[in-house]
Each structure stands twice: as C-alpha cells, then as structure tokens.
Design a binder for this molecule. Structure first.
Ligand SMILES: [Zn+2]
Length: 376
C-alpha cells in the first residue's frame, strides 16, 4: 500500500502534512516512540495513547522492534493473538523495523544470503535474511514494514560503504519479491551511503528506482558529527519523491530533529527520550535535568514549571527524586511520560513554526538551549 504524503504548509525545504497508512493518518513532522518488546518501556500503551496536547496532537505512529518480537514471544505467537495491534492494544498506525539494526549491533556473520547472529536471549543461532524479515513483519502486521539493510558504523572505508549500498539494494529487491501482504501494509526502502554525498545521492536514486511505498534514510547517528550528517540528509532528500514520506532513522536529539525537518524530513524515531527517562534524566525547555541530584530532595516544584503533562500536573520533584533514589519502577514511568510529552511539544512547536514561516527562528531557539557552542 502506497504511503501517500499530502503536503500542507511549507517553510523553505521543511514541510508539514500527513501520511496515509492502512490504519489512519499520521501528522508530520512526527515522532515515533519505540515499543521495544510490545510496549514502550515503563509505559502501558493505554497511557501512551492518552497523551494528547490541548490541540489534540498525540503520537500517531508507534515503532516496534522486530528483533525482540521474533525471538520472544515469536512472530507466530503474535499472529495467533491477532497481530501486533491486538497483541499490544495499540489500534493506531504502527511501524516495525526489520530487526537489522539490532542484529548488526551483535556483529553478525554477514554473507550475500543474510546476517547470522546469536540471540541475546539464549545464544541460539539465527539467520536473518531479507525474505525472513518480510515474512516476520507480515506476521506481525504493522502498517509499515522496513526492508533489511546493511548499516555500517561511521567512520567506515569507502569500500565498506559501497558494499553496504550494493548489498542493501540486492536485499531490497529480494524483499520486494518476497512480500505478499500488499493491501494493508506499506514497505519502505532504506537509503544507506554513510556521509559521502555522492554515494548518498546514488543510493537514494537506486532506492527510489525500486518503487517503494515510502523511503527511509538509515546509517546516520552512528558515530559521525551533526555537521557531517546534515549534508548527507540533504543529498538523499534531494532525490526522494515529494509525494512519499521521508523517514530519518535513529536520530532524535532536539537540534538534529529541527535541522532535519528544515531539510525536508517528515518522520523520526529515537530511543533517547525514553532511555534518558529511565535514568532520571528529563528533557526541559532549559535543557537536561537529572532528577536524582540531591538538590531536588526537598523541591516542591514540578519537573518543569508550566508543563501540562500528567507527570508535572500530579507530582513534585521531591517525590520523583525519592522514587528514583529507591529504584521505584514508577519513577521511570513518570519520567517517561514527561519526556515523551516534551517531544510532543517540540513537534507541535515545529509544525506551528512551519505554518507561520518561523522555522529559522525556532532552529536558533533550539540550538541556543541544546547546542550552545556548535563546532565551526
Ligand atoms: Zn511535564
């Protein structure tokens, strides 16, 4: 199913709009929380679904990790329980990754056939192929599935990057041949190419030529600087079609999000806001705040003054500091709610700025807090 992008307001190369998927519309720019093993960690799905701003903006798209679900409880078990939506209790649009990113972090044996890896659960050996990634994601049944790609770390040699682009293209062809679920599932291709501008553009052209329902830019935020990353995004976006969503994988710090939006990116995911929350680090308009610090032990204020999220409405810093200090699981939940809410607010500010032609001013505001002394 083609993931059709409808454009609304524009500001330079930035665009606001919506993407039509099998289970509904996704407003863009949009940020996806990550439901690693069926829920966002420390956050029941009905709570996530209830996070909506005064303007009724919420998280329209949820990402689930194929790697974890295929090993535990297994894609067949999820399918028997009605597919990922019924299984997780999330009835809106969902996206699954291919499992490749986790597999490649385990330093698998990569051949033309696929990637052979040892399960982090029990050490058992598995071969993830492009066909198996499709088959598993069809069983899971998300609205969007991703092709298996090769994501090299940066820096890598030109030879390694070229080989990753070649293998990614060969695997993409096999994924397209393997898919059977065309009516209610979109398949996105992935553009690799490291931070080499020419190779990125070439990889984007080769991906687009295969005719995917949407496109993603992968292989970034893997060791390079932001100054290297942004031109690579520009090179890929210049080739990607206007009428399909552009999804930037694994990039989620505030400056990179707003800068990537300015270059035409629509969709993001990143584990950073939820991972930080579990360690007591909160995102605020003034920057990061670590709630475990002793100075908050007797602080009656909310995490962030003026924040209307359920955590700031109900709890004070003193309680949260105590819960974090005694390792109470609710601390992670309360912090996760605030951090995801903060991401929603950031996305709303970006959409509003695009609508009002003020994105340049917002980029400066975000950089002033999150990147006060950019290199160069
Ligand atoms: Zn809050």
């Amino acid at each position: 199913m083609i993931a059709e992008f409808t454009s609304g307001a524009r500001d330079g190369s930035a665009r606001a709009g919506s993407v039509r998927l099998a289970r509904g519309e996704v407003a863009t720019p949009g940020f996806m929380p990550v439901a690693t093993r069926g829920t966002v960690r420390a956050l029941p799905t009905h709570v996530l679904a209830g996070l909506r701003t005064a303007n009724d903006a919420g998280f329209d798209l949820l990402l689930s990790n194929t790697y974890h679900l295929m090993l535990r409880p297994g894609a067949e078990a999820v399918a028997e329980l009605g597919g990922l939506h019924a299984f997780t209790g999330w009835d809106g649009p969902m996206l699954t990754d291919s499992g490749g990113y986790q597999v490649f972090s385990l330093e698998p044996r990569v051949t033309d056939e696929g990637a052979e890896f040892a399960s982090t659960y029990d050490g058992s050996r598995h071969l993830l192929t492009p066909e198996l990634a499709v088959q598993v994601q069809e069983l899971l049944g998300a609205d969007v599935q991703m092709v298996l790609d090769v994501c090299p770390p940066l820096p890598s040699s030109r030879e390694v990057l070229e080989r990753a682009v070649d293998t990614t293209e060969a695997w993409a062809r096999r994924a397209l041949r393997a898919r059977t679920r065309l009516g209610d599932q979109s398949l996105f291709g992935i553009v690799q190419g490291g931070v080499d501008i020419g190779l990125r553009a070439q990889a984007a052209e080769r991906t687009v030529a295969l005719g995917f329902d949407g496109s993603a830019i992968g292989g970034l935020s893997v060791g390079e600087s932001r100054a290297e990353m942004l031109p690579a995004i520009e090179a890929a976006v210049a080739v990607l079609p206007e009428d399909r969503p552009r999804y930037l994988m694994g990039v989620g710090d505030p400056v990179s999000i707003v800068e990537a939006v300015a270059r035409g990116i629509d969709l993001f995911y990143c584990v950073l806001p939820t991972r930080l929350a579990r360690h007591g680090t909160l995102l605020t308009d003034g920057g990061r705040l670590n709630i475990t610090r002793a100075e908050f032990a007797r602080d009656p204020g909310p995490i962030q003054a003026g924040c209307t999220c359920p955590s700031c409405t109900h709890y004070e810093r003193g309680l949260l500091r105590h819960l974090a200090a005694v390792d109470e699981p609710a601390a992670a939940t309360i912090c996760t709610i605030h951090n995801l809410w903060w991401m929603l607010q950031l996305i709303e500010r970006i959409r509003t700025a695009i609508g009002e032609g003020r994105l340049t001013a917002l980029r400066a505001e975000v950089a002033a807090v999150w990147d006060p002394s950019p290199p160069g």
